[in-house]
Design a protein around this ligand. Structure first.
Ligand SMILES: NC(=O)c1ccc[n+]([C@@H]2O[C@H](COP(=O)([O-])OP(=O)(O)OC[C@H]3O[C@@H](n4cnc5c(N)ncnc54)[C@H](O)[C@@H]3O)[C@@H](O)[C@H]2O)c1
Length: 328
């Protein structure tokens, strides 16, 4: 049985769905600060916080948990700069409480959500795992610290781990049952889709003078279903393989202007844009290597073609929007 923390959130809920579809039993622990219980399709849902040590002990005693997939975290970069305490407390201190509970209960497998934000501004793209990690905000630093803590816990307490550094998670469940639902929404694709659907008037492009072909930032978008698939592969790999840190990227990047064109094409809607100044701390290009994940897990991002990502995201966005309009 697998404990999925943050399993009512975006990536966690898709991963839970894929594990359940593959016949695995899951327990989902989420405090619903950002998650949505409706997105937990299958598994046993427990509303609670990973900082609740008594609750963790109860879960590990009540269920035969053999692995933890740890998504629960705060992940708003801008907020992490304004309120670092919140990030170090939830992402670092609370993760230590979770790791301690794993040690107490002899749970030896961990899959952890890290981020390309641990690299800061990379020297070279595609970024390989050996690239210097030099995070430039408290969010990235909090994940980088946990990576280090996991490594030490693993060697002292015999935990095997797979730490994934995701690039930009995007898209939605291909069956359109669940999808991205962040409140507040800061991710670029749902914001563009909000413009397409008429909920926002325009889209702000932050920086048109970067050293890229069209002057806008380049990012690597990875379909959430491909991310979920990597977790499934990692769970099946861990009993026999060595602990590992790996990127989940696609080796390809697209610029903001290119992305807007795809959104226009797929939705058939106009997207009004306003050019704004660069935001501090936005690296010009983030593209992730996927060679290690392919070599070790046999993983390939099969849904991460940008048209497919936008189509799945758009189908879900329309469904969520209709639901929200009905509820008003
Ligand atoms: N979305 C991305 O592009 C991206 C990229 C890189 C890394 N990540 C990492 O992946 C993970 C999942 O990201 P997401 O986009 O699904 O975020 P999300 O906010 O949708 O999901 C996180 C979930 O964790 C829950 N949570 C937070 N703190 C908790 C706590 N103390 N106890 C119990 N539940 C708690 C929230 O309610 C939420 O449901 C995060 O760790 C994030 O840092 C995400």
């Amino acid at each position: 049985m697998i404990l999925i923390t943050g399993g009512a959130g975006y990536i966690g809920s898709h991963t839970n769905k894929l594990f359940v579809q593959n016949g695995y039993k899951t327990v989902i622990l989420d405090n619903l600060i950002y998650g949505h219980q409706e997105n937990v399709v299958g598994g046993i849902f427990i509303r609670g916080d990973i900082s609740n040590v008594k609750l963790l002990d109860k879960i590990f005693s009540d269920y035969p948990i053999d692995a933890v997939i740890h998504f629960a975290a705060f992940a708003y970069v801008g907020e992490s700069v304004r309120e670092p305490a919140k990030y170090y407390e939830n992402n670092v201190s609370n993760t230590i409480l979770l790791l301690n509970a794993m040690v107490r209960h002899g749970v030896k497998k961990l899959i952890f959500s890290s981020t390309c934000a641990t690299y800061g501004i990379p020297e070279k793209v595609p970024i390989v795992e050996e690239e210097l990690q030099n995070p430039i905000n408290a969010y990235g630093a909090s994940k980088w610290m946990i990576e280090r803590i996991i490594k030490d816990y693993a060697s002292a307490y015999g935990i095997s781990y797979c730490v994934f550094r995701y690039f930009n998670a995007a898209g939605a469940d291909p069956d359109c049952e669940i999808g991205e639902w962040h409140i507040p929404e800061t991710h670029i694709i749902p914001i563009l889709l909000d413009v397409a659907i008429g909920r926002r008037e325009h889209f702000d492009i932050y920086g048109t003078d970067y050293d890229t072909a069209d002057g806008t930032c380049i990012r690597d978008y990875i379909h959430v279903w491909d991310l979920a698939d990597a977790h499934l592969r990692a769970y099946e790999y861990l009993p026999k393989g060595k602990s590992v840190f790996m990127n989940l990227g696609t080796m390809e990047g697209i610029s903001i202007l290119q992305l807007i064109d795809v959104v226009k094409r797929v939705t058939g809607k106009e997207i009004r844009t306003i050019n704004e100044k660069r935001r501090q701390g936005d690296p010009p290009k983030l593209i992730g290597s996927m060679e290690k994940a392919e070599q070790i897990l046999g993983w390939k991002p099969v849904n991460s073609n940008i048209e497919t990502i936008i189509l799945h995201a758009w189908n879900w966005h329309k469904k969520l929007f209709e639901r929200q309009v009905k509820l008003k």
